[in-house]
Write a protein that binds this ligand. Structure first.
Ligand code: PEP
Ligand code: MG
Length: 757
């Protein structure tokens, strides 16, 4: 059974489209279970009807035409009960609904299982048989397992709009959900960046000149054939006749009656040579891999090898000239920072990648450059997006293709509004973040790259609340030396002086890896992270702290902050090392005062230790990104649970109140430097709680300032008291939005826009 299952899954997953996948699945399941009928019903886009999408055994004409309401028939029952229904005689069931168009008259035995995804019913998978009999336990288990596989295929099709196009002729926009890498929206043309010599990455493109593509392929084939012949010659004498024969096989494969002919046929259909090559090679690899005979299965490797050789030839003669449109949306499975740097900056309007996380280096750079970005779009068919008009929604974290004119228009308005809003806010640059009734809070920025400096200063930042030192470490291929660090830190300190610059000591681990210091762990977010790494490597810590101290000479605006602290002893040990480093640099002649040292409150343990920590250090700063992740046990980069990640969760809000009170009792300043500080609504709530500073991305600074300047503190305090009495994060979030709208702050709500589409 397992083997059959594996084969069905493999075949279905490599089907070129949903229709083929569903047909294949119906056929294979019917054969594997030896039943007479296997059908797949899926909920239509309205969510009100189950449409018969594929069937082996029922009348073909019924497919795509027959549908049932969600409460109708046995199909409706399976969906409502969200569990399998296994009947010896379906006709005897009170809910049985006879559908004449399907020709199901003769089939008595019925087994239907729901197709579920994330707790929602997407459809029903059914097998039927002529003779009245109950399907046995193992058959039921098999169908349930297959259905779980089907759910992923259907969910993906639904998310990408492929399903919509099956049950309606209306053009539908396709939405690809990922993780917001940098807020903002952009409309432009997709340009795929793909690594060379990688067949799987070759995009689908139309041939500009079919004959030219054919002749490029033919000359590439001539060169590959002569290479293969030369290899065969060289191997003569060293290999036996059987192995020798392999070279002959290769040459035959390249023949125009074999692969070459097929590739040319694809080019004639309109594909460019590299794309045609990929399609044909993929098909052959799939066919070989599905063979029962182990020897034949191995031949897949030969085809892959030949494919690579031809591709290398095609790419070497045909330099990969990429043209970047005026409004380029960069696409790729993974875009490295170096790739990003090779593209003319002024043309990049947006970025979308299928891999990567919010903290991947490219996303950090994109944020620093203010380019709307979406990362980690699982299943994004990048190859088909090349050259298409796309919309990047970096507020919500999704890419949109085939947008309807109305949707495109809505985004054009958002882009224009955002531009106007920012232009209108420019005048706040020199103004303090002060409420109408005179309560002030410091607004600071989170930085990491040099580019952050100018953007922050332009927006009137009152210092740096979080300088992520791991970023300059990430862009190198080795640990930066003390001198290098000193130079980088001095630039930050100097740029913001006399305002304070809070430098966080190296926070690596979790999802922040240094290429030259790999950390392999099963569970990295609960592993060797932040202060845990640096206390185990005092040599790295000491060099960093010494560099910070030396860099601050004459400026005296340095503050040092420790990440991922869980216990008092970690803070004490780090303070001890910092003190030692300070004595050293002073002995060496640097005239620097001992800087304030603070800790980040970003794990639940630190919340309950906040008072003890505040007694020992000079300030606290709450990292709400990690605190939310650890309090709610929701990985901040995992899309599966992204809907559960909510900083308005009552547990997070009450933890924040607890931290403010602990700091107040010890008379120590406390700030917030997570994303929460950068959203106008949550910023007001944090201000009402009593935080003394908010530190955020430079892009959000003016919006937060505007929100603060347009309300009275009494408004924020009332809002805080109301939300603290609520027990549901979703409700709190909606309530805050509503109150902001009512107070005339609707224009500042980012996520209001993200709700579009
Ligand atoms: C946080 O966790 O809230 C934080 C500011 O740190 P980082 O996002 O760098 O983990
Ligand atoms: Mg953190």
């Amino acid at each position: 059974m397992l083997d059959t299952l594996r084969r069905i899954v493999q075949e279905v997953n490599s089907a070129p489209d949903l229709k083929t996948a569903l047909d294949l699945m119906a056929r294979r399941v019917r054969d594997a279970m030896g039943t007479e009928v296997c059908s797949i019903y899926l909920l239509d886009s309205s969510g009100h009807r189950y449409v018969l999408m594929a069937s082996e055994g029922l009348k073909k004409e019924a497919v795509g035409r027959v549908s049932l309401g969600v409460a109708e028939g046995l199909i409706g029952q399976v969906g409502l009960r969200e569990e399998p229904i296994n009947l010896e005689d379906a006709f005897a069931h009170p809910k049985f609904l006879y559908l004449a168009e399907t020709g199901e008259d003769p089939f008595h035995a019925f087994l239907g299982v729901p197709v579920m995804h994330h707790g929602r019913v997407l459809g029903v998978l059914v097998v039927q048989q002529r003779d009245a009999r109950r399907f046995d336990q193992s058959e039921e288990a098999f169908l349930v397992t297959i259905s779980a596989q089907l759910s992923a295929v259907v969910a993906h099709a639904r998310a990408t709009g492929a399903l919509g196009s099956l049950d309606t002729n209306e053009p539908t926009a396709r939405f690809y959900d990922g993780v917001a890498g940098c807020p903002g929206a952009a409309i432009g043309t997709g340009v795929l960046l793909f690594p060379p010599a990688d067949l799987a990455s070759v995009p689908d493109r139309e041939a500009a000149d079919i004959d030219a593509e054919v002749s490029q392929l033919e000359s590439a084939l001539i060169r590959v054939r002569s290479d293969v012949r030369a290899l065969g010659e060289r191997a003569r004498g060293r290999l036996g006749p059987e192995e020798q024969a392999l070279f002959e096989v290769y040459l035959r494969m390249l023949d125009k009656h074999a692969l070459a002919g097929e590739i040319i046929a694809r080019i004639r259909e309109g594909h460019w040579a590299q794309g045609a090559l990929r399609i044909v090679i993929d098909e052959h690899i799939r066919n070989f891999e599905m063979m029962d005979d182990a020897y034949l299965r191995e031949r897949a490797a030969d085809v892959r090898d030949l494919g690579r050789r031809v591709l290398a030839e095609l790419q070497s003669r045909n330099r990969r000239e990429i043209t970047f449109a005026e409004n380029t949306i960069l696409l790729g499975d993974e875009i490295t920072t170096t790739m990003l740097m090779e593209v003319p900056q002024e043309r990049i309007k947006g970025i979308a990648t299928s891999q990567g996380s919010r903290n991947s280096h490219m996303a950090i750079v994109a944020r620093a450059m203010g380019i709307p970005t979406v990362v980690g779009i699982h299943g994004l068919p990048v190859k088909q997006m090349d050259g298409r008009e796309l919309i990047v929604d970096g507020f919500r974290g999704r890419l949109i293709s085939d947008a309807t004119p109305e949707l495109k228009h809505q985004f054009e308005e958002i882009i224009a509004e955002e531009k106007d809003l920012l232009a209108g806010l420019e005048k706040l640059r020199e103004q303090p973040a002060e409420t109408e009734d005179g309560v002030r809070i410091q607004v600071q920025v989170n930085t990491g790259l040099m580019t952050d400096i100018s953007r922050s200063l332009e927006r009137g930042a009152e210092g740096v609340g979080l300088y992520r030192t791991e970023i300059p470490f990430m862009v190198r291929d080795r640990f930066p030396s003390e001198e290098e660090q000193c130079r980088i830190y001095r630039e930050q300190l100097q740029a913001f002086a006399p305002h304070p610059v809070t430098m966080r000591t190296l926070d690596i681990g979790g999802d922040k890896a240094l290429p030259y210091f790999p950390i392999q762990e099963e569970n990295p977010f609960l592993g060797w992270r932040g202060i845990r790494v640096t206390l185990d490597h005092p040599e790295i810590f000491m060099v960093q702290v010494r560099a910070m101290l030396r860099a601050s000479e004459g400026l005296d605006n340095l503050r040092i902050m420790l990440p991922m602290v869980t216990s008092v002893f970690e803070a004490e040990e780090a303070q001890h090392l910092i003190h030692r480093a300070w004595l050293e640099v002073r002995d060496e002649g640097a005239d620097v005062p001992m800087p304030p040292v603070g800790v980040m409150i970003e794990v639940p343990a630190a919340v309950y230790q906040a008072r003890a920590l505040a007694q020992r250090v000079d300030f606290l700063s709450v990292g709400t990104n990690d605190l939310t992740q650890y309090l709610l046990a929701v990985d901040r980069n995992n899309r599966q649970v992204a809907s559960l990640y909510n900083s308005y969760h009552p547990a997070v809000l009450h933890a924040l109140v607890h931290v403010v009170e602990a700091a107040r009792e010890e008379k120590k300043p406390v700030s917030v430097c997570g994303e929460m500080a950068g959203e106008p609504g949550s910023a007001l709530i944090l201000m009402a709680m009593g935080f003394s500073a908010l530190s955020m991305n430079a892009s959000n600074l003016l919006k937060v300032k505007a929100a603060i300047r347009r309300v009275k503190i009494t408004f924020a305090r009332k809002l805080l008291n109301e939300v603290l009495a609520m027990d549901n994060g979703e409700v709190i979030s909606a309530y805050v939005d509503l109150q902001m709208e009512k107070a005339g702050l609707g224009d500042l709500l980012q996520h209001r826009r993200a709700k579009l589409g």
